[in-house]
Design a protein around this ligand. Structure first.
Ligand code: ADQ
Length: 507
């Protein structure tokens, strides 16, 4: 078996001797390297005024790291510009925030070309290449143009809108066509797969075959859903351990017996933070019995502070939190606590565990790992309740959460009230069903199913990738099918639905 080569926008080279605890994706990908070794290539995270045109190398265990810096111009045009100001909003359905600049789009292509030029000499003929996320969509096409004949897969971590939305971005066809350079393109959910296949059919004008593939110039590109997972048992243990740690104990003591609602994410307009604050305000207005009995803690790690829309968002959140606290606080109670920075993963796990409600309400999200981590962190004997946006990919596999539309403040307030007053038996049942499903789909299984589908396309299509995709395709079917013999019937109906859809689009 050849090496695995992972390419991601940001590569954190671990310090020597670091335990591999960083978090979600890093753990998943390290696991994928574990039995075959390989190369991890991407941006160092450093912007150099005058970048040395060199690749920096490091070796940790059986993984070689190779990273390059970005110039200030590439950072502004490629990363802050086209990737974060054009692609990020359009992929999250936010056309009003889409800011397109032709020079930035050219910088995006040029940065991907440079990545390809630097990566190509490091490759061996039998390497398998796995490219991650929207910053690197054209990388496969650039590598092909330079003669690469490797197996190359691409995983898209964020939502995939239908063509009616995506085509609003100038140059949309070029982005979509670039995906045909890959052998396999993976997205998170059935909903994203539907959007992707729509874009492939309409953006290329090509026939999408039954099962979701396009054949073009002797290459077959397959499109599949691979819902990302977390290391559930490890996270559950981490949370249980951290309940007794000082940070969690201090938070618990400061609540003085009040219920805790928790939200945690990067400070990003896709995460629905202002809408969430309005919903919490609506809870206190509509259900005054909770006044003085509940505290909402929002932990929001700073992110992309040099993009204008992120500065506006920060101001709006601070204003809303201030207003709610001004309207409802008491001398001994502050309803909203806002922590504007990243907190260590183990601390966050302890916080999740003592929170009675996990409030995870993005306007759009590829998956949303916080939803899964919150459920994994709960005490099964006395679990909290997850209030989850129906627009998070995670919602497709978590029907037992209280699903809400994040734009409906009063609807969310009702869900919060239901969560805060839910009887223990119901909380246990909902939690147990979600926890079991999380345990059944490990993060290493996610990486394995993608790589199997990439490297053994003909066998894997009927095993891992299909099973993994089905776990989110039809949550209701899944919960029914767990103990019945209707699995194959359910599976067929889902598969034929997708096949029928793609055939119809193509005609
Ligand atoms: P993100 O948009 O970064 O990921 P998410 O999936 O929620 O979002 O993962 C965030 C991670 O950061 C979680 O592990 C969470 O615990 C951690 N985190 C959140 N807030 C934090 C804070 N304040 N301090 C420290 N850690 C914090 C993208 C896509 C998602 C997709 C993932 C993985 O946007 O939809 O689920 O990739 O594919």
């Amino acid at each position: 078996m050849g090496r695995l080569v992972i390419v991601s926008n940001r590569v954190g080279v671990p310090k020597r001797g670091d335990a591999p605890t960083a978090g979600g994706l890093a753990v998943a990908l390290k696991d994928a390297f574990s039995n075959r070794g390989g190369l991890w290539f991407g941006w160092s995270g450093t912007v150099s005024a005058d970048p040395p045109d060199v690749v920096k190398h490091a070796r940790r265990g059986n993984v070689d790291y190779a990273v390059i810096d970005l110039s200030q111009e590439a950072y502004e045009g490629f990363y802050a510009g086209h990737a974060n100001a054009a692609l990020w909003p359009v992929f999250h359905f936010r056309l009003g925030l889409l800011s397109y600049d032709r020079d930035h789009a050219e910088c995006y292509r040029a940065a991907n070309r440079r990545y390809a030029e630097k990566l190509l000499p490091l490759l061996r003929p039998d390497d398998t290449i796995w490219v991650h996320d929207y910053q690197l969509i054209p990388l496969g096409a650039e590598l092909r143009a330079m003669g690469s004949r490797h197996r190359i897969g691409f995983f898209h971590h964020i939502p995939f809108p239908p063509w009616a939305v995506f085509s609003a971005m100038p140059g949309a066809e070029e982005v979509i066509r670039a995906l045909l350079a890959y052998d396999l393109v993976g997205v998170q959910t059935h909903r994203d797969l539907t959007g992707l296949l729509d874009c492939m059919a309409q953006g290329t004008g090509m026939k999408v075959r039954a099962g979701g593939e396009i054949r073009f110039r002797g290459r077959r590109t397959r499109f599949r859903a691979f819902p990302i997972a977390i290391a559930t048992d490890e996270f559950a243990e981490l949370a249980a351990r951290n309940v007794t740690q000082p940070a969690t104990q201090r938070l618990q003591a400061s609540l003085a017996g009040r219920d805790l609602i928790i939200g945690a994410e990067r400070l990003d307009y896709t995460k629905g933070l202002p809408e969430r604050l309005r919903a919490f305000g609506a809870l206190l207005e509509r259900f005054p019995e909770h006044s003085s009995h509940v505290t909402y803690l929002q932990v929001a790690a700073r992110s992309r502070e040099d993009v204008e829309s992120y500065k506006d968002l920060k101001r709006e959140i601070e204003h809303l939190a201030g207003r709610i606290n001004g309207d409802y606080s008491d001398a001994d109670w502050t309803p909203v606590r806002y922590v504007g920075r990243a907190v260590p993963r183990d601390t966050l796990a302890g916080f999740y565990r003592i929170a009675k409600v996990g409030l995870v309400t993005p306007l759009r999200d590829g998956m949303n790992l916080v939803a899964k981590e919150y459920v994994a962190a709960q005490d099964p004997e006395d679990p909290g309740v997850l209030v989850l946006s129906r627009f998070a990919g995670a919602a497709e596999g978590m029907p037992e959460a209280l699903l809400v539309n994040p734009l409906d403040a009063y609807g969310m307030a009702e869900a919060l009230n239901a969560a805060l007053t839910m009887p223990l038996e119901e909380r246990r049942e909902r939690h147990a069903a979600m926890f079991r499903r999380l345990q059944a789909h490990s993060v290493s299984g996610w990486a394995k199913s993608f790589l199997d589908a990439l490297e053994r396309p003909d066998t894997s299509d009927t095993t891992h990738s299909r099973a993994a995709a089905l776990s989110v395709f039809q949550p209701r079917l899944l919960s029914r099918s767990a103990a019945t013999s209707s699995d194959s019937a359910s599976e067929e109906s889902v598969v034929s639905h997708v096949a029928g859809w793609s055939t119809a689009r193509a005609s």
